[in-house]
Design a protein. Structure first.
Length: 230
């Protein structure tokens, strides 16, 4: 094969790949934001009743590099959430810390969705420690949600689930930052000493203090053992 023939063949092959990729991207809605099969979960997330409705809310949660590291086992009154550890980020997340942050986001979405569908969810977290990625990754149970009848209520955060997205736009330097009084209403009942301290100066937050978010269990703090005291 001459050099000219080789270049011509390579050019034709490259053009074919580009055309195929463009066709796939068009079908998936890559060039039309909000359209195509890739956006179906955002359009249909309210179409099912619980408990499947909780799963639809969960899969819209933030997660590391869109790995979607979750598996669900569903029953009428109980959902088990598993970490799909096969979907790990390797050396980028060697102890699966980021994976579990994403799973926590999915769990929070499920709690919000449960309340919106008339359930009082009871979350039971599985104890664990930071460990290296197993040589033979397998699903690991991280939490269960027991569903009992309760008053239907929709939180502002529930309505915001489909609007969450990555925003790489420049910061609006002319927009004032919310005061602590405004931010405080988003903080659940818990150790407001730690919350206030972390908001004013993140470096001063006690190392062992943990603050739950949204509807998750109340905060616990080894430094301020009475969550009700502020």
């Amino acid at each position: 094969m001459t050099r000219r023939a080789f270049l011509q063949a390579a050019g034709i092959a490259g053009a074919s790949l580009v055309a195929a990729g463009a066709g796939w991207s068009h079908r998936e809605g890559v060039f039309s934001v909000g359209e195509g099969p890739a956006y179906e979960p955002w359009r249909s997330w309210r179409t099912d009743e619980a408990p499947l409705a909780l799963i639809r809310a969960a899969v819209l949660a933030a997660n590391p590099h869109n790995t979607q590291p979750w598996l669900f086992k569903i029953a009428n009154e109980r959902i088990e959430i598993y970490a799909d550890t096969v979907r790990n980020l390797g050396t980028f997340d060697p102890y699966l810390r980021e994976m579990h942050i994403g799973l926590g986001c999915a769990l929070e979405n499920m709690v919000l969705a449960a309340a919106a569908h008339g359930y009082a969810p009871k979350v039971t977290l599985v104890d664990g420690t930071l460990e290296p990625i197993s040589a033979a990754p397998r699903p690991s149970l991280i939490a269960t949600i027991d569903l009992a009848p309760g008053p239907a209520r929709q939180d502002e955060l529930y309505a915001a689930i489909p609007r969450r997205h990555t925003n790489r736009a420049p910061y609006d330097r002319g927009r004032a930052i919310a005061s602590f009084a405004t931010v405080r209403r988003w903080i659940p009942p818990g150790c407001l000493r730690c919350s206030r301290r972390s908001l004013k100066s993140p470096r001063r937050r006690p190392r062992n203090a943990t603050i739950a978010t949204g509807s998750m269990p109340r905060a616990t703090c080894r430094f301020h053992l009475r969550p009700s005291s502020a």
